[in-house]
Design a protein around this ligand. Structure first.
Ligand code: NDP
Length: 341
């Protein structure tokens, strides 16, 4: 593959959205940010409808002057464009049962994450367009960067081109939410899902494991809880390193460190051949992610994630993580520093 195509404002024509009813299912992190950005881009308020159950999110949308529809069937019937911006794990149930049967046969459906489309968990009609417009930012940043007149990184793709004009719609919608200002990267639900799940299931678990084991070794060698917690993350040094990596370069940021540090980091990392880790990562990518094994296993526990207490599998994992010495030590440090942090 190599180089990706990048789409800018000049590639998108907002005119393709004129007179289209644009429905946002969900007014949470992404829903509230994207709907407000889209309205700021000049899409008339009467063309925008927020579909939300009766609760505080709906109240927030009303307070911001949006039209709100609580009845999902009604929202589905009028939608020319539907942004699905509710949590990924509830999308199949809500979309397939309450939206799909009522949606227009040529509607444009927009997802902000590849997962449900890649694993075929959403039911579309053949004449519909299915596009991904996936900001690489949390909702509050999608909103604040747009308000500052700046853009945000975003992936865009057409996954089903039922009308033959899916790309025009995807680009116009990307521009309307502010995603082509900085350049929206042509991607796919496959690429987005692979990268997301690899980060979540391979890269970060190993980073957590490495912090845990470095902590254990240094603790055994006599380091105090306070010194370790501050040295390793509470000083925010790792956050700063990643910030500089984004600004200056992944390796070039090392130049901000001492010579001892630069030498240690470069010689240490180049010495590690990485073959076993590469095989481990490949195993996760092919046998756990792309094979659908993770998706299948996750589907089976999805309903339990709404439960309270220990029967919720996520709560159970949090409980087990509390056995990590790093977590116990951090708790002690935060208690001792209570009021000072
Ligand atoms: P949120 O958790 O913020 O979604 C909250 C919204 O979903 C509320 O409007 C809530 O309304 C509604 N909702 C929750 N459960 C249900 C349900 N069972 N039925 C109907 N509505 C429900 O979601 P995000 O904005 O975080 O995520 C939306 C999409 O954006 C996802 O696909 C996610 O992967 C993607 N994304 C998210 C990012 C982020 O910043 N978090 C970054 C990039 C992409 P109520 O409870 O009132 O019904």
């Amino acid at each position: 593959m190599g180089q990706a195509k990048i789409y800018y404002d000049s590639d998108a024509d907002l005119g393709v959205l004129s007179n289209k009813k644009i429905v946002f299912l969900g007014f949470g992190n992404q829903g509230s940010a994207q709907a407000q950005n889209l309205r700021d881009s000049g899409i008339p308020n009467d063309q925008i409808l927020i579909a939300n159950r009766v609760d505080s999110y709906a109240e927030t949308a009303k307070a911001k002057g949006f039209h709100v529809e609580h009845d999902f069937a009604t929202a589905a019937e009028v939608a020319d464009v539907l942004f699905i911006l509710i949590p990924d794990q509830v999308q199949p149930r809500v979309f397939n049962e309450q939206f799909s049967p009522k949606l227009k046969s040529d509607a444009t459906i927009v997802v902000a994450s590849g997962y449900n489309v890649f694993f075929n968990l959403l039911k579309f009609q053949p004449g519909q367009d299915v596009v991904m417009v996936a900001p690489r930012m949390i909702g509050s940043s999608v909103r604040s960067l747009h308000q500052k007149g700046r853009g945000f990184p975003c992936f865009v793709s057409v996954e089903q081109n039922g009308t033959g004009k899916g790309l025009d719609a995807a680009l116009a919608l990307s521009r309307a939410i502010g995603a082509t200002k900085q350049g929206a990267i042509a991607s796919s639900v496959r690429e987005e899902t692979m990268m997301d799940l690899m980060a979540e299931q391979a890269l970060w678990p190993n980073i957590i494991m490495m912090f845990r084991e470095a902590f254990n070794v240094l603790k055994d060698a006599g380091c105090s809880d306070e010194a370790l917690c501050y040295e390793m993350w509470m000083s925010k040094e790792p956050a700063e390193i990643f910030e500089r990596a984004a600004d200056d370069g992944f390796v070039a940021q090392l130049k901000h460190h001492s010579t001892v540090s630069q030498y240690g980091q470069l010689s240490g990392s180049l010495k590690l051949e990485g073959g076993a880790m590469r095989e481990h990562f490949k195993d996760i990518l092919y046998n756990q992610i792309l094979s659908g094994k993770f998706c299948e296993a996750f589907s089976q526990i999805e309903d339990d994630l709404d439960k309270e207490g220990d029967t919720n599998p996520l709560n159970e994992l949090y409980k087990r993580s509390e056995e990590m010495e790093l977590v116990k030590a951090e708790k002690r440090v935060r208690a001792r520093l209570a009021g000072l942090l």
